[in-house]
Design a protein around this ligand. Sequence first.
Ligand code: TPP
Ligand code: MG
Length: 317
Amino acid sequence: MEHIDSAAVARLYRMLRLIRRTEEETARIYPSDKIKSPIHLSIGQEFVAVGVCDLLRPIDAVAPGYRGHAAYIAKGGDLPAMIAEMYGKDSGCARGRGGSMHLVDMTAGVLGASAVVGTGIPVATGVALAAKRQKQGRIVVCFLGDGATEEGCFSESINFAALHKLPILYVCENNGYAIHEPLSKRWATDRLCERVATYGIPAEKIGDGDVFSIRAGAERAIAGIRAGNGPAFMEVTCYRWREHVGPNEDFDQGYRDRGEVLPWLENDQIPRLAAMLREDIRIAIDADVEAEVSAAFAWAESAPFPSPDDLEAFTYA
Ligand SMILES: Cc1ncc(C[n+]2csc(CCOP(=O)(O)OP(=O)(O)O)c2C)c(N)n1
Ligand SMILES: [Mg+2]
């Protein structure tokens, strides 16, 4: 591991911890039914969004999928507005109409997510086309699951982005499953990066679950994108610790074995980075994160629901 400065460790640790604690709190509250939307937690996968988004500037954009809490928070999306959105409140980031799968914060550069697998890919590609034409140096990062690579729009979009040299980084969070279906039942080969490379763009797999490796990989990819060389692709191996949708574990469901998660628990980047920090710094970060998370939930809880008079607002017809 190359030298990493302590400010970067503290920054990455804080973000990992903020996302983890937000999602743990979401899972804890979920059975109370105060959270009105389905939730797809990224617990265990946070390091992907954190490593990549650490390199982005406010003007850059990210496109999260429906498992999007980590990308939203890591890009600087408003946390109280995200929690209020899950509570169905009017002050939610989508005015309480969308829930967890439809996060958006255009001020922070978080493009609106959707519940439909893969839909962020062509949208992010279109935003990258606009960014290229606007010539302000803006780049786009599109997060997608391994399942989303099976949608036709994935191939169409990367071909288009490669042809037009668009400033976009596609990041595939390969957690090995689409709902309960493992890769072995879906892909004839797992050589995803080779498939993508044939479109004429650099494609790198990061398989060690190390937030610094991901950050370094993203740094290489983004350097090329910012230099005007066109798109790049990263495949990051990760693992979903909880059930596909909902707050619980699901190792009793018969489609995967608890043994699969053990190396990932061992590799958890949060205690790893905590151990790299000076004790007093870590304690201060933890306290700060707890305060931020509880304030966000308290604000969401006390916020008003949308008025019934607004039932037909924001509809096209
Ligand atoms: C177009 C479409 N097809 C099917 C579904 C049902 N569905 C919801 S999530 C999902 C799995 C997607 O897996 P992946 O892209 O690997 O993301 P992960 O859930 O693992 O993060 C499917 C098939 C959907 N929402 N949209
Ligand atoms: Mg998946």
